[in-house]
Ligand binder design. Structure first.
Ligand code: GLN
Length: 470
């Protein structure tokens, strides 16, 4: 179902087998034909992409490559709606830094991918533009919140895509759709122009068909940006440097807490297979402990909702997009706009976040969650004294069914247990598809110490090769 990788299309373009405009046109035709079944894109502008393709500089590393962009990353002169009614009609006046960097490397941002509204969700169902289907089995969700980015790449409607990950939104849909998803270290990629959900957790990253494409995109988007005070001044390595290298002697930790009884049989089997493959490659597997795992979901949802309640206060009907009509005075305009502009999950989180920050409850919830966050980060720094990387499942189950009314919001939140720790601790993480005999895709996750992406990608590519050699 795949559309071809970045390196495949780069070869085609550089040998003159087709032109950048022909590639954009071919992709546009494919999207037009197959998007109605998946709902992976909510808008795309073929004319604008063709105009850029005409100027494409093939000497650049991503020259002529169209890339799909999640709807919460600003694209100049294009709608940036975060799949929310409250941003309907909003056209971004500028590019996010990640986008200007992609353009500088020759890429052509093309198409806005569907998502859970304001990146709040794990299934893609919380979109004002309707749910996205999982291309592997359309009765199931693609995961979320970068639902459209994952479905587009896995369904052959994009070469690769950008997503954002606040608590797993790149890695979990990658796992559910059978592709690669990378959340870089907090601070690696500028958040300038990424519509904020929870600013201390948010990070932009790639969703791709293989590890090499992810490294290529990271090479373009990482690096310090004066427009984001949390972006790091650390040198940007060549993320391709470790690909294809031996992983002999690499120390990999398997957290006791990640082999839970709650993991689905297919997930347990995928983890076992990955451990066997790593052992065959000469890595050393050690059992480790991350003792605060039990508390990560609670801490995450308190912190994420608290930050969201503040970040989303800017959507007031005055400054952006949608405004409720027929209102009576300013307070009424604010409340009717927010009542009808936001979907139910976003409102639930604004209310939760406002509650945990309120003066009577701040210490009991928000301040405590921050303490848990420090303990989680300490668990990891202790673990990384013994091991170079940590392996575990990306999600406890394969993709749930679409419109599964039996899942409560709390059950959906609990399934984020393996992805939120990386955001709380600021670590990089990757989800890599583990081959399945049958059924839905299952991803396995590697976590690394801050800024150790090169080693993480080295092990991921070795594992990818081992899996494809089977
Ligand atoms: N599922 C998590 C949430 O709903 C993660 C979302 C994300 O990473 N943006 O908050």
């Amino acid at each position: 179902m795949h559309f071809g990788t970045i390196s495949h299309w780069r070869r085609q373009l550089c040998t003159g087998a087709l032109s950048p405009a022909e590639l954009v046109q071919e992709l546009a035709d494919t999207i037009k034909q197959h998007n109605p079944a998946l709902n992976a894109y909510i808008s795309w502008d073929t004319e604008a992409a063709l105009a850029e393709a005409a100027q494409a500089d093939l000497s650049k590393p991503l020259g002529g490559i169209p890339l799909a962009i999640k709807d919460n990353i600003c694209l100049q002169n294009q709608p940036t709606r975060c799949a929310s009614r409250i941003l309907e009609n909003f056209i971004s006046p500028y590019d996010a830094t990640a986008i200007s960097r992609l353009r500088a490397m020759g890429a052509i941002p093309f198409g806005r991918t569907n998502m859970d509204e304001f990146a709040m969700g794990s299934t893609g169902e919380n979109s004002a533009f309707g749910a996205t289907a999982n291309p592997v089995n359309p009765a199931h969700v693609p995961g979320g919140s970068s639902s459209g980015s994952a479905a587009a790449v896995a369904g052959g409607l994009a070469i690769a895509a950008l997503g954002s990950d606040t608590g797993g939104s790149i890695r979990q849909p990658a796992s559910h759709c059978g592709i690669v998803g990378v959340k870089p270290t907090y601070g690696r990629v500028s958040r300038y122009g990424l519509v904020a959900y929870a600013s201390s957790l948010d990070q932009i990253g790639p969703l791709t068909q293989n590890v090499e494409d992810a490294a290529l995109i990271l090479n373009a988007i990482c690096g310090h940006d004066a427009k984001d005070s949390t972006s790091t001044r650390k040198d940007v390595p060549d993320f391709m440097a470790g690909l294809g290298q031996s992983i002999k002697g690499c120390r990999i930790g398997l957290p006791r807490e990640y082999s839970s009884e709650g993991n689905a049989p297919a997930v347990k089997a995928a983890l076992q297979r990955s451990i066997r493959a790593l052992t065959d490659l000469g890595a050393e597997i050690t059992e480790i402990s991350l003792p605060h795992t039990e508390a990560v979901v609670s801490a995450y949802y308190i912190i994420a909702c608290a930050e969201a309640s503040s970040n989303l206060s800017r959507f007031d009907g005055i400054r952006y997009g949608y405004r409720a009509q027929g209102t009576n005075g300013l307070d009424d305009l604010y409340s009717k706009t927010r009542e009808t502009g936001f979907g139910p999950e976003v409102k639930r989180r604004i209310i939760l976040g406002t509650y945990v920050l309120s003066s009577g409850y701040y210490d009991a919830y928000y301040a405590r969650a921050q303490k848990v966050r420090s303990l989680v980060a300490r668990d990891f720094s202790e673990a990384f004294k013994q091991v170079d990387l940590i392996i575990g499942p990306t999600a406890p189950t394969p993709a749930p069914l679409l419109h599964d009314k039996t899942m409560t919001p709390l059950q959906v939140y609990l399934a984020d247990i393996y992805t939120v720790p990386a955001n709380l601790a600021g670590l990089p993480g990757i989800s890599l598809p583990c081959p399945q005999e049958s059924g839905l895709p299952v991803g396995i996750q590697l976590l690394a110490p801050p800024f150790a992406e090169v080693n993480m990608l080295r092990v991921a590519s070795a594992l990818e090769q081992q899996f494809s050699a089977r």
